[in-house]
Design a protein around this ligand. Structure first.
Ligand code: ZN
Length: 273
């Protein structure tokens, strides 16, 4: 009796210990399998997320950069001149050039923003240094860079519209070899695009002359600092002279800005054709 009890007393704890060990092993195995499963699931989820993100990015890029016909949408960077404490020229009635330039850039963006990817160098009244303006265009790998001004600042013209492309005065700079593989210094970037800039200037000039100002005949190549660092065809357009009282009135008119924007968009369209 006592031995049975003794066996039972010694056998039961041994069995419980075995049960406990078996339970722990089973629990550990279940935990490990579940853990491996969870980790695998997590890896597949992350991998799936990354794949979808990449695919979305690629598709998004295609949608952003291409028209329904599959042609690449051109990027045009518009540069509203001046801004912040740099007011540009001032009209006799107090109109500030920086405001006209920004208004025109916005009007061009709304006029032909459905055809082109239009980027502005500034969206509000903030100061921007000249190299930062072309840096925006270079960053976006723009197809065209167009700096917008009114007369009376860069050139003290008395009236009318003017279109400028980049050109160094003859003999002022050593000719930069166009066929070199060496990196081009930033201040020589426009050298490679000067002739296309000239073509763009002629198209925009022609459209402005046909639609806005038949007497307009000002088109000129100048070594303008704001165009120098542009790695794409670049022009500067002065739409009227703000220091002229009657032109100042026109520059404040939404109808005039709209017609001018239409002409500039038409000139851009003709350049790309
Ligand atoms: Zn200006």
């Amino acid at each position: 009796m006592s031995s049975k009890i003794g066996k039972g007393q010694t056998g039961a704890p041994a069995s419980r210990t075995l049960d406990r060990i078996t339970h722990k092993i089973s629990k550990y195995m279940t935990y490990s399998i579940s853990n491996i499963f969870n980790q695998t699931l997590r890896i597949f989820t992350v991998a799936g997320f990354v794949a979808v993100w990449l695919l979305y990015g690629m598709v998004g890029e295609c949608i952003a950069d291409r028209s329904p016909l599959g042609r690449q949408v051109k990027t045009i960077v518009l540069d509203p001149g001046h801004g912040g404490d740099d007011h540009g020229a001032k009209g006799p009635g107090g109109t500030l050039e920086k405001r006209v330039n920004l208004a025109l850039a916005g009007t061009i963006a709304s006029t032909c923003g459905d055809k082109y990817n239009i980027v502005l160098t500034r969206h509000k009244d903030n100061r921007l240094d000249l190299p930062d303006r072309t840096a925006v265009a270079n960053h976006h790998r723009a197809d065209l860079f167009i700096s917008l001004h009114t007369g009376g600042s860069f050139r003290h013209s008395t009236e009318g519209m003017h279109v400028y492309y980049f050109e160094e005065p003859k003999g002022s700079m050593p000719e930069y070899p166009l066929d070199t593989d060496r990196p081009v210094p930033w201040d020589r970037l426009q050298d490679r695009h000067g002739s296309d800039g000239r073509k763009l200037a002629f198209q925009v000039h022609r459209a402005l002359k046909e639609r806005i100002n038949p007497a307009m005949d000002q088109i000129q190549g100048l070594p303008l600092a704001v165009l120098r660092g542009a790695a794409m065809p670049a022009i500067l357009v002065e739409i009227g002279t703000i220091t002229n009282p009657s032109e100042e009135r026109a520059l404040k008119s939404a109808a005039f800005l709209s017609a001018t924007a239409e002409a500039i968009c038409a000139g851009i369209g003709n350049y790309f054709e």
